[in-house]
Design a binder for this molecule. Sequence first.
Ligand code: XMP
Length: 325
Amino acid sequence: SWSMENFVDKEILRIRKMIGPEDHVIGAVSGGVDSTVAAKVLKEAIGDRFHAIMVDNGLLRLNEAEIVRENLKEHLGIRLTVIDASDEFLQKLSGVSDPEKKRKIIGNTFIHVFEREADRILKTTSGKVEYLLQGTLYPDVIESISFKGPSQTIKTHHNVGGLLEDMKLKLIEPLRELFKDEVRSLGELLGIERSLVWRHPFPGPGLGIRILGEVNRTQLEIARKADHIFITEIRNHGYYDKISQAFAALLPVKAVGVMGDQRTHEQVIALRAITTSDFMTADWFDGFSVKFLKLVSSRICNEVAGVNRVLYDISSKPPATVEME
Ligand code: XMP
C-alpha cells in the first residue's frame, strides 16, 4: 500500500541508482518548502555529493540568507553555498521600473549567477555533474502539459528556465508526483521544522516586485523593515496559519503628513494578506482585529524612516493579483 515512508524510501533508492557513485548533483534552494524538501531528499540519497546553491539576489527579506543557512546547513546537514550577488542584481535593476522588465532582469541574472557557481562546482569535483535538482510538484507537471505542451516543463516563473538547455543537465524531480500538502507531510517526515514546512510562498523576484517602480537600496530597506514588522506581528498574534500569503509593498508615491509641527512628504506602505486554495483566485484576509491593524500601522510609521502612511489592500484576485507587480 502507498505510504509516505515507502514513497520516500523508494525515491531515495531510485536516485542512488540513477546517480553514479562518484557523481554530483546541483540544485538551487530558496528557503521555501519545495526546494528545501527536494534538497533534503537528495541529501538523504547521496549526502555531500548534492550541492545546494542559494543565490542572495539582494531582494530577500530581513535575515533571510542567514535563516536559510541555519535551516539547511545547521539543521538539515545539507551542503550549501550562499552566493551574495546583491551588487550584481541591484546594478542591473538600476533605473528600471517596468514590472516585466524587472522580472526578466532578475530571472536572467539568477540564471547567470547560478550557472557561474555551478560551473565552479563542476570544475572542483572529481566526478561528473549530470543532474540538476528541481522541486517541481505534480500540479506544475499537469499545468505544463495542458497549457504549454509537454516539451516545456519548466515555467520561467520558476526562475531556472534556461538552465537545462545551457548546461545540458538532466532534471531530477523527486516531488513530481506530489501535491503541496503531500510535500509538507514529506517535509515533516524528513525532520524539517514545522515553521519551514508551513511557510507562506515567497516569489523568486522577491522584494523586487513588492517595491513598485525603481528598486534601490533605500527602497529595499524601507520595504524590508515594514515587511518584517507586519510578518512578526502576524506570527505574534496567531494569524500566520490562517493566511496563505502576506507582505508589505512599497508604493511609488509620496503623501503629505505631519510630524510634530513639521509637514512631511513621505512614502506609503500597503499591507496585503490573502487567503486562497490554489493562488489562481484569492480573497483578501478579513480577520485582522482593529487593534492589530492599529499596532502594525503605528509600528511601521514610528520605526520605518521615510514612511508616513500605511494602507490595507482590500482587493481580491481577480481583478487584482496577489502581488502588486
Ligand atoms: P499573482 O501575483 O500572479 O501571484 O496573483 C500568484 C502566486 O505566485 C507568486 N508569484 C511569483 N512567484 N516568480 C515566482 O516565483 C514570480 O515572478 C511570481 N509572481 C507571482 C505570488 O507570490 C503568489 O504566491
